[in-house]
Design a binder for this molecule. Structure first.
Ligand code: CP
Length: 307
């Protein structure tokens, strides 16, 4: 199956998700063999208007492992012609003339959809401000499936910055496609989950609960999905940031009450919301999760550029 733009989590159905996961499963072996020339002759453009370690570098590694090449602008606000006043639409048209696909991270919600409207090549949304991060949600779901053996019927606690976290927004949309999923939202008052996601869950018969006691919730769920309180999203309103930070931290006390099979996930980067003492516990899945990002992104590049 050939994919086109990847803009938001809602665009995937269960059949496509299964195909992405089946493709991702084949990628570790390709990496172990040093790569393939499947995408020889193809060029990927990565243009990032916000900082990134995992998303940009895993996409770039994915392209190299699959035999393609890349052109890249990091810190595009400063180092692309955006600094001279060029519009996102014009930049997209130009990059579309140089490359076979564009991976775009932008600071504004909806930017990837704007770019897709004028792009002659597929656009991948690599995070659009507080909007969505669909490829992160795909790797999150893939990680849940690998770690727990299933997605149907799981219970998950989403913790931390739920108002601005594009990863929890995208993951909520994907989880709503699976039967029996139960979601607990545990967030400081100033960054609670927005109504659009709660309405989507209600409309899709996904039970969700807003809780304040992390210890109580941690004892019940299969997945704790922790997120960073994103200082950069608060603007001038640093009082709210101060109120939210350090409220919910995953540490040894949380590990003690968690089920034996349960896992801790985090899209990363973390600051202090997961203590480093948690890293050595086998239920700490966040580094394996980041590694899965490479395999999922290899699968997506293959499905977009070859089929
Ligand atoms: N999870 C994630 O998007 O990480 P980066 O910001 O490092 O890409």
């Amino acid at each position: 199956m050939k994919l086109q733009h990847i803009l938001k989590a809602q665009q995937f159905d269960l059949k496509v998700l299964d195909e992405i996961f089946e493709n991702a499963k084949t990628m570790p072996e390709i990496c172990q063999q040093g790569g393939t020339d499947l995408l020889k002759g193809k060029i990927m453009a990565t243009i990032f208007y916000e900082p990134s370690t995992r998303t940009r570098l895993s996409f770039e590694t994915a392209m190299i492992r699959l035999g393609g090449e890349l052109i890249s602008t990091e810190n595009a606000r400063e180092f692309s012609s955006t600094a001279k006043g060029e519009s996102l639409e014009d930049t997209t048209r130009i990059l579309g003339g140089y490359s076979d696909l564009i991976v775009l991270r932008h600071f504004e919600s909806g930017a990837a959809e704007r770019a897709a409207k004028v792009s002659p090549v597929p656009i991948i949304n690599a995070g659009d401000g507080p909007g969505q991060h669909p490829t992160q949600a795909l790797l999150d779901l893939y990680t849940i499936k690998n770690e727990l053996g299933k997605i149907e019927g799981i219970s998950i606690a989403m913790v931390g910055d739920l108002a601005y976290s594009r990863t929890v927004r995208s993951l909520s949309y994907l989880l709503a496609k699976y039967s029996g999923v139960k979601i607990y939202f545990v967030a400081p008052e100033v960054v609670k989950m927005h109504g659009d996601i709660k309405n989507h869950l209600t409309n899709n018969n996904v039970p969700f609960f807003e809780e304040t006691d992390l210890v109580k919730v941690a004892a019940e769920v299969d997945v704790i999905y922790q997120t960073r309180i994103q200082k950069e999203r608060f603007g001038e309103n640093l009082d709210d940031f101060e109120k939210a930070k350090d409220k919910y931290i995953i540490d040894k006390n949380i590990l003690k009450v968690m089920k034996k099979h349960a896992i801790v996930m985090h899209p990363l980067p973390r600051v202090n919301e997961i203590s480093v003492e948690v890293d050595e516990d086998k239920r700490a899945a966040y580094f394996r999760q980041a590694q899965n990002g490479l395999y999922i992104r290899m699968a997506l590049l293959k499905m977009i550029l070859v089929g």
